[in-house]
Design a protein around this ligand. Structure first.
Ligand code: PHE
Length: 380
């Protein structure tokens, strides 16, 4: 800190006279010196020197004031001197603080905040939107969570064992054909059940979960699946399924129907109806396909005079495959408590992308996956 060249730097004088008037006069001089020196403080480094000169505990000016003006005062003047010295301390402390604010403000412009135009627009950080397929999956999972189901996930790269063998697919079942399944390269040297492929459905997680959790279980399994389908408006080689599995004693087909009917009403509105027709899956017996009454045309097959396209004028939309868990499937996890003589269960699997297409009135599944932000931003 540059002290004034004109006069010698301020030094705390010894007092002979400790009267109120003399103390006040001495204080006045001290504060004038403080102000003088404070006006020379331009940088933070200046300020530190300034602060130490005035406030250092060991030999700062305030300490000297304490020694020379208070401790040295005769008994009868102590009370008065004490009050005055305390006031002085406060003023010096405030003066030192103010000098810092000024130094940080850049000296000439005391208030840095004055240079900030708070009327300017802030920095915009664009928020992403939840992808419509993910949002649909979350909604479906939430419906089942409210029924006491928990969520499980499994790997997208799966073995032949979990994707087919343990789900009771016979060795030459057409679903194992390369027409449908995408196999990983260079697997031929491994035994069939260890060969890797992209899972064609979420059903392998049924077995994986039953291997690690004893009955009773109630789970939903959302996830990506792959099939060797050429992309078009309603097909994509990658899509999403949500699987469900409930195993307990005395689970019946009535439980399956009641659960899925409730879930469809929760998803599409309380007025939709469900209908089951026989079908086939190797891992369920009996198996069914479930339809919901078309929530777009209300089941009439028509929208005004126009045919309803989503339900192809039938009034029904096919939504999922389901059935009672085949006892042959339980055989693979029998040692973990799944004795088909003691437990029964139902399973279902639905396509999340198809449901999202219907829910949001989108007519091309490719829009979900080609990453066009203009399309996705509509779901924000
Ligand atoms: N995994 C079957 C499919 O992908 C759907 C399904 C799941 C059917 C569970 C019955 C039980 O088509």
């Amino acid at each position: 800190m540059a002290t004034k060249k004109k006069s010698a730097p301020y030094a705390v004088p010894k007092l002979k006279d400790f009267s109120a008037a003399a103390l006040d006069k001495a204080a006045e001089k001290l504060l004038a010196a403080l102000e003088d020196e404070s006006s020379e403080v331009k940088t933070e480094a200046d300020w530190k020197t300034f602060r130490d000169r005035w406030m250092a505990r060991k030999d700062g000016i305030l300490t000297q004031v304490n020694d020379l003006w208070l401790k040295a005062a005769p008994k009868e003047a102590k009370r008065d001197a004490g009050q005055r010295v305390n006031q002085l301390k406060l003023k010096v402390e405030q003066g030192v603080e103010a000098a810092l604010a000024r130094a940080q403000g850049g000296g000439a412009e005391p208030f840095a905040a004055d240079r900030l135009d708070i009327t300017l627009p802030g920095t915009r950080r664009p928020l992403g939107a939840e992808h419509p397929v993910i949002r649909t999956m979350n909604e479906i999972v939430a419906v089942f969570r409210n029924l006491g189901y928990s969520m499980e996930e499994g790997p997208v790269i799966e073995t032949d064992y979990y994707n087919f063998e343990s789900l009771n697919f016979p060795p030459n079942h057409p679903a194992r054909d390369t027409q449908d399944t995408l196999f990983l390269a260079n697997q031929e040297s491994k035994p069939l059940r260890e060969r890797l492929l992209l899972r064609t459905h979420t059903s392998p997680v049924q077995i994986r979960t039953m291997e690690k959790m004893k009955p009773p279980i109630r789970i939903v399994i959302p996830g990506k699946v792959h099939r060797n389908d050429p992309p078009d408006a309603s097909h994509s080689p990658m899509f999403h399924q949500i699987e469900g599995l409930a195993v307990d004693t005395n689970i019946t087909f009535g439980d399956l129907k009641g659960t899925l009917d409730h879930a469809m009403k929760a998803l599409f509105g309380s007025s939709v109806k469900t209908s089951f027709r026989p079908s086939f899956f190797p891992f369920t017996e009996p198996s069914a396909e479930m339809m919901v009454s078309c929530f777009i045309c209300g089941g009439s097959g028509k929208r005004g005079n126009e045919p309803c396209r989503p339900c192809k004028q039938t009034g029904w939309i096919e939504i999922l495959g389901c059935g009672m868990v085949d006892p042959n499937v339980f055989q693979f996890v029998k040692q973990n408590g799944y004795d088909p003589a003691k437990v029964s269960g139902f399973a279902f699997g639905m396509g999340a992308d198809r449901i999202a297409l219907l829910k949001y009135g989108v007519d091309d599944i490719q829009l979900f996956f080609n990453g066009d932000v203009r399309f996705l931003a509509q779901f924000g």
